[in-house]
Design a binder for this molecule. Structure first.
Ligand SMILES: [Zn+2]
Length: 85
């Protein structure tokens, strides 16, 4: 019963849009698969890397490993300079 009420309130906020919607989205936990713009710590080159890549990503320029798969979210070795949707 309480859960149902909360859902109804959520829909009402969504309909309101704007700030309320942004706040609501922050409350929803979800697997965050994203793309990162990663800077190679070795040569400074930047590359787009999928956060949940299933294979090793190496720098196009120097071959430095930028991301290693872990089974879930990849381990990013370089510096993340931007997170892309
Ligand atoms: Zn590099």
């Amino acid at each position: 019963m309480q859960i149902h009420d909360a859902e109804e309130r959520g829909k009402a906020q969504e309909a309101g849009g704007g700030l309320a919607l942004a706040q609501w989205e922050n409350l929803i936990p979800r697997p965050s698969s994203r793309f990162y713009r990663v800077r190679c710590i070795s040569c400074g080159g930047e590359q787009i890397i999928f956060s949940h890549t299933s294979h090793e990503i190496k720098c196009r320029t120097c071959g430095e490993v930028l991301a290693e798969p872990t089974g879930g979210k990849a381990e990013i070795k370089g510096a993340i300079v931007a997170v892309l949707g």
